[in-house]
Design a protein around this ligand. Structure first.
Ligand code: SF4
Ligand SMILES: [Zn+2]
Length: 416
């Protein structure tokens, strides 16, 4: 440790740094390169998750070191006297905006790289953000939290209902995994209800035992799904057989083996799912997609309480409901007229920013937002003719922006 008046600097001292953070919750931290330079001196509050997340242990022994003090002015003196620079306070923890720093700093470059990696991990659309929308992190976080608090009063999520009463852990994982794979452009509530019926019926329970699906003709799956009205797309049966066969032949019929192979790391799990097989063939259908993959991880965390790491790098899965709820929560305000596809990356980035500010991961907002839209926002008129009929009873009705929020799978028209 090096001392500069009331400031202390940590380099290659992660344990001591963590101890300082734990004992100075109201203090300040300047993140700098290992050799501090005026180009990059970023001030944070000690409680900011970007410099003190409990699940990370390398803070001062990589590219960056930390200079800390209970007194902000001491850090500004250190920056001025020892680095000949000034601290920037662009982080949300300081009440600033991410882009407020005067220069392009290494951390910004790194954040962009993380965003690019996030896109690469889940195949997100890297389309440019429409300029008429602004991100309001605090509003979005506050609304999401209120929506989360009201979640319990709205009954179990569909994915929780499908495993309710199922005691065998492997059966639960297989139900969640196989069902998620074909959960695309369908009524999820209905689908998980139908899937439960298929699981409970002795004549169709084999669907959820990969070993029993291997070698079956897809027509048998087709018939089983059709018997409960659950055939959504012609490919569903082929996907089911293909995925069950991959689970059986590569992972002994147990998706938990893949999670272990990937060391329970979220991005690594998604990469493993998306890895191609011999001759470039696809090993899994559905699960590797930008929406279903992250959604499946959320199921495993929320429903099965699985310890999956590094979820900060996994973006929220954007479907019509999440997009609609993003505007209703006021996280993005302004105007937009265009495809949902083009907006996806913008929504993911906004929730990533909100998650960083809230000290959580983007997917932690997913269930509440989905429920908010599914149970409430779908009733909002598509034009300005009248207000949302659910406003009075809605958990975020008092802050939900007025105006147009018209979101379909093809087009998004917003004026808020
Ligand atoms: S007031 Fe209506 S549109 Fe706004 S969040 Fe609530 S349900 Fe959705
Ligand atoms: Zn910060």
């Amino acid at each position: 440790m090096r001392y500069y008046g009331d400031a202390v600097q940590f380099e290659n001292e992660d344990v001591a740094y963590r101890a300082w953070i734990d004992g100075n919750a109201h203090g300040f931290v300047v993140n700098s390169c290992a050799k501090p330079s005026p180009d990059y001196l970023k001030m944070h509050r000690a409680c900011c998750p970007s410099i003190s997340r409990p699940d990370r242990d390398i803070w001062t022994s990589g590219q960056y070191i930390k200079t800390c003090s209970a007194d902000r002015a001491s850090l500004e003196s250190w920056a001025r006297d020892h680095v000949l620079g000034t601290c920037t306070s662009g982080c949300h923890c300081m009440g600033g905006r991410a882009g407020q720093a005067a220069v392009v700093s290494p951390i910004h470059a790194r954040e962009e790289a993380v965003a690019r990696q996030r896109s690469a991990v889940v195949g997100a659309d890297p389309g440019r953000a429409p300029t008429a929308l602004k991100t309001h992190v605090r509003d979005g976080v506050a609304a999401a939290r209120r929506a989360q608090a009201s979640l319990e009063t709205r009954g179990p999520m569909p994915e929780a209902a499908v495993v309710a009463g199922v005691t065998n852990p492997l059966d639960r994982i297989l139900l969640l995994t196989l069902c998620a794979s074909v959960d695309r452009m369908r009524d999820s509530e209905l689908w998980y209800h139908q899937a439960k019926a298929l699981y409970e019926r002795p004549s169709t329970a084999w669907l959820f035992v990969p070993d029993e699906v291997v070698g079956r003709d897809a027509r048998a799956v087709h018939g089983a799904l059709e018997s409960v009205g659950a055939l959504r797309f012609r490919d569903d049966a082929n996907w089911w057989v293909h995925n069950a066969t991959t689970w059986q032949t590569e992972y002994g019929g147990d998706p938990r083996s893949l999670l272990s192979d990937a060391d329970h790391d979220g991005p690594a799990i998604l990469r493993a799912i998306r890895r191609k097989g011999a001759g470039g063939s696809r090993r899994f259908y559905g699960l590797g997609g930008p929406k279903i993959g992250p959604m499946w991880l959320r199921f495993l965390i929320d429903v099965e309480d699985m310890p999956i790491r590094d979820m900060e790098s996994v973006p929220i899965a954007v479907d019509v409901h999440i997009a609609r709820a993003t505007f209703a929560a006021g996280l993005l305000r302004g105007s937009h007229d265009g495809s949902l596809t083009r907006l996806r990356a913008r929504i993911q980035d906004a929730w990533a920013e909100a998650a960083t500010a809230a000290g959580t991961c983007p997917l932690s907002f997913d269930a509440a937002l989905w429920r908010l839209s599914r149970d409430g926002c779908t009733r909002r008129p598509r034009d300005r003719s009248s207000d949302c009929p659910a406003r009075r009873t809605c958990a975020i009705g008092s802050t939900c922006p007025k105006g147009i929020i018209d979101v379909t799978s093809k087009h998004v028209r917003v004026r808020t």
